[in-house]
Design a protein around this ligand. Structure first.
Ligand SMILES: C[S@@+](CC[C@H](N)C(=O)[O-])C[C@H]1O[C@@H](n2cnc3c(N)ncnc32)[C@H](O)[C@@H]1O
Length: 226
């Protein structure tokens, strides 16, 4: 019974996590901003963003990471790219002050074809978006292209093979359902080692990952340098 009641709302949420569209997308954008706050803070802690650096957040959603990273790169520049016009609008609203000061820019664009020249960033992040990219290796090649030599990439996911072997009851019920549904819909659930392997294949060096298996569905952040 509860399964049937949850089916339709879950489908709407899942579709809009992938590509927020229309009113439901706008609502899911606000929801994501709340849900991903602690994940975003955790991901940013692992990136050594300095004051004057240039940072790009791919799949920026409602612009929370852009806002946070622009406080860290306080005399630098932070860009956000997302292929959803709704998310671009939300991100612009959230970062209106940074944009007015010329320190933030939000663009509509695809992870597979980033609207920036070669070697234009010191840091590239992608939070809770990587598994939606239709060609993830193409996205990593683009991240590599726009990073300057020595620059750092950080790919963060809240659902991974790093999930706790002994999950909480909530993780067990919702987590397993969500993970299984996601896989049925073609999402590949990755481990930290998978992410590092993909980063290495894309040409990155010094790949490593950190994880928090008991958070959500297995937080993981994979980092590497160009
Ligand atoms: C689950 S949301 C996460 C948003 C944000 N990073 C956060 O943590 O709140 C996934 C975002 O990735 C964006 N996205 C998915 N695939 C993309 C692609 N190929 N290019 C650009 N953006 C993409 C979606 O539009 C959506 O805003």
């Amino acid at each position: 019974m509860i399964d049937r009641l949850l089916k339709r709302p879950l489908e709407v949420v899942e579709t809009n996590f992938r590509r927020p569209t229309g009113r439901a997308g706008t609502l899911v954008g606000h929801l994501m901003a709340r849900q991903h706050r602690t994940l975003t803070v955790w991901a940013a802690e692992h990136m050594d963003v300095r004051r004057s650096q240039r940072v790009l957040d791919i799949g920026c959603g409602s612009g929370m990471a852009v806002e946070l990273l622009s406080r860290r790169a306080s005399s630098g520049f932070v860009a956000g790219v997302d292929y959803s016009p709704e998310m671009v609008r939300q991100s612009v609203r959230r970062n209106v002050d940074g944009i007015a000061r010329g320190r933030v820019e939000i663009k509509e664009g695809d992870a597979g074809n980033l609207p920036y020249p070669d070697s234009s960033f010191d840091q590239v992040s992608a939070i809770e978006t990587f598994y939606f990219w239709p060609d993830p290796m193409r996205g990593l090649a683009e991240a590599y292209r726009v990073l300057r030599p020595g620059g750092q990439v950080a790919i963060t996911l809240e659902m991974s093979r790093e999930a706790a072997e002994q999950p909480s009851p909530i993780q067990r019920y919702f987590g397993r359902r969500f993970t299984e549904r996601s896989e049925r819909e073609g999402l590949r659930i990755l481990s930290g080692a998978d992410l590092v392997e993909m980063l290495t294949k894309a040409g990155f060096e010094d790949g490593r990952f950190v994880s928090e298996p008991r958070r959500s569905l297995g937080w993981v952040c994979a980092l590497a340098r160009k």
